[in-house]
Design a binder for this molecule. Sequence first.
Ligand code: 7RM
Length: 657
Amino acid sequence: MPPPEPTASPAIEVYSLEDRRFPPPASFKADALVTGNELHEEAERDYQGFWARQAADLLTWRSEWHTICEWELPYAKWFVGGTLNAAENCLDRHLAEGRGDKIAFHWEGEPGDTRTITYAELHAEVCRFANVLKSLGVTKGDRVAIYLPMIPELPVAMLACARLGAPHSVVFGGFSSESLSDRINDADAKVLVTADGGWRRGTAVALKASADAALAATPGVEHVVVVRRTGEDVTMAEGRDQWYHDLMAEAPPDCPAEAMDAEDLLYLLYTSGTTAKPKGIMHTTGGYLTQVAFTHKFVFDLHAHTDVYWCAADIGWVTGHSYIVYGPLVNGATSVLYEGSPDHPGRDRWWDIVERYKVTILYTAPTAIRTFMKWGTAEPAAHDLSSLRVLGSVGEPINPEAWMWYREHIGGGQTPVVDTWWQTETGAIMISPLPGATTTKPGSATFPLPGITAEVVDETGRPVARGGGYLTLTQPWPSMLRGIYGDPQRYHDTYWSRFEGRYLAGDGARVDDEGYFWLLGRVDDVMNVSGHRVSTAEVESALVDHASVAESAVVGAKDDVTGQAIVAFVICKGDQEPTPELGQELRMHVGAKIGPTARPKTVIFTDDLPKTRSGKIMRRLLRDVAEGRDLGDTTTLADASVVEEIRRRAAEVPEED
Ligand code: 7RM
C-alpha cells in the first residue's frame, strides 16, 4: 500500500495541557504486585505467550489448549482446544484449596438488610440453582435471560448458567418491558429469572409486572423463576411461573460443572447503540476469563487475602459482569455488593459502607464522582475512609478536576487513581495505569495494558504518533467480543470496516508527548467549529475546571457562520446562582483555558443532564434540544423528565456572540 497523503487538518485537535503527575508513592510500591516495566516488556517480546502464561497462572483448566490464538481477521479464537468451566474457576477451586470459609460477598440491601456469603455458601447455592435450571429443561447451549435487581441471586443465576454451559443474557433491572422482550427474543431464551421487585430510593420497584408485560411478547420462554425480594403482590402464571425458594427447596445439592470449550459462549450482553436495534455482544469462556482475572488482579493490585473490593456498578452492565462477578470470583476476592442508590437514606451511604466494611479498593464512574462533588465534601469527610488504597474510574472520560477531587476527598490525597478505558465489546480493561508502576496524570488512562496494542489514527488510518484521532486496536486480545449474536455483517461493518485490519473503538483519543493516552469521548460527538474538530471532553473539562461548575455537557449545534457552534449545558455547584454574568464568565474561562475556537457560543444552566441508565451523558438528545428538534429515541434515558426541563431552560437563554 502506498503511504496515505498527510491530512491537512487533524482528526481531532488538542488544546489542553495537564502537567500534574503522580508517581506511585513509595509506601504503595513496597507492597505492590507490579512496580516496574516487567509485564509490559514480557508482553512486547511475545504477546500471545504472555497471555498464555496468564491463562495458565490464573485459571484452572480441565484440558490444555493446543493453540494460543487463531486470528482470522476479524475473528479470533483463544486457547483453542482447551476446556474449562467458568463457575468451577469462580467457586470450586477455592473450596478445593481450603478457602470455602472466605467471604465472597458482603451483600447489603438498600433497606439495610445484609447477607454475608462465603465461597462455600455461594458454591452450594449455585449448584442447587443449576439443578433447578436443569429441571426446567436447560441444557448446554440454551440461553437464559436474567432480569434481577442487585441481590445475591443475580450472581447465583449467572454462575448456575455458566456451570451448565448455558449462556446467560442479563438485562439491567431498570430496563423497560419492551427492552426486555426485544433482548429475550433476539437471544431466543427459554427461561427467564426475575424477581417480584427491587429497592430503589426507599421504594419497591416492580420487576415482575414489567417482566409480565415483556412475556406477552416472548413466545419462546417456557419457564419463569421468580425471586421474592420486596414481598409485593405479583401475578404468577400457572404452569409457567414458579418461586425461586420453592424450587430451591426441592433441588438436589450436587451438580457437576460442564467442561466447556474455551471458545464456547459464556454470555450475551446487549449494548444499546444510538437508535438501532441493540447488539448482542458475544463473550466466550477461556480468553474472557483470562483477561478479566488478569486485569482485576493487576489493575487494582489485588491482594486477595486482605483486600475488600467494591465495584459500585450494576451487574446489568459489562462492568458488573467482569468486575463484580467473574474477575473478583476467579481471583478469590472478597467483595461488597450493594443493591441501592447512593443517597438512601442519606448522601453518605457509600462512605458509610466503605467505613463499615473497611473497603480497600473502590471502582466507580465519573458520573458518580461528579455527583458527589456536587454534594460537597462534608459527607465523605465525616467518615473514616482510610482503608481505601486504590481508586478506579470507568465509563466516561474523567476530567482532571473530578480525578483530583476523587484522589483528594475519597483517597485522602494518597491513593493511586486508575482511570480504566474499555468497552462492553472489549470485555475487560484495555488502557489503564498499573497503580504500583505507572506515574499517572489526572484525566489520562495512561497506557495500553501489557498484551494490548492501541493506536490513534487519522482520517486515513495512518497512525498518529502524537496528537488526536481515532482510537483503534491492532492485535486480537483474549476477552475481545467474538461477534454480534446473529449478525456477522453488523460485526464487520461496525468495528472492522472503517480502517483495514483495525478494530474501531468509536472513541476519540490523543497521545501526548510522553505517549500517554487521553480519551476524548465518542467520535460521533466531536464538534466541528469553523473547520476545527474539537472534542467534547476537552471543553467539558475546561468548564468543570471553573470553581462554580459541578458538571457539564457540550454539543455542536448547527450554525450559519461556523458550521457548528458549541452549546454548553452546565450544572452549578451547591449554592452557586446561575446568572447571565456567570455564563459569560464561563465562556471566557474556556476561551482562556483552551482557546477561542473552543469557547461556547451559548451557556445553558440546568439542574440535571440526560444520561443513560449506566450514567453516560446522551449528547444526541442535547443536540436535539440545541437545534430545536423533536427528541429522537429516548428509550435508554434514565429519567425522561430531564430533557423537558432542559428544553424549558434553553428557551429562556438569549443567544450570545
Ligand atoms: C466499561 C464501559 C464503553 C464506552 C467507551 C467510551 C466510554 C469507558 C472510559 C470511557 C473515557 C474511560 N463499557 N468509556 N471507559 N471513556 N475514559 N476510562 O463503560 O460499553 O458501556 O461503554 O464508554 O466511550 O467506548 S460500555
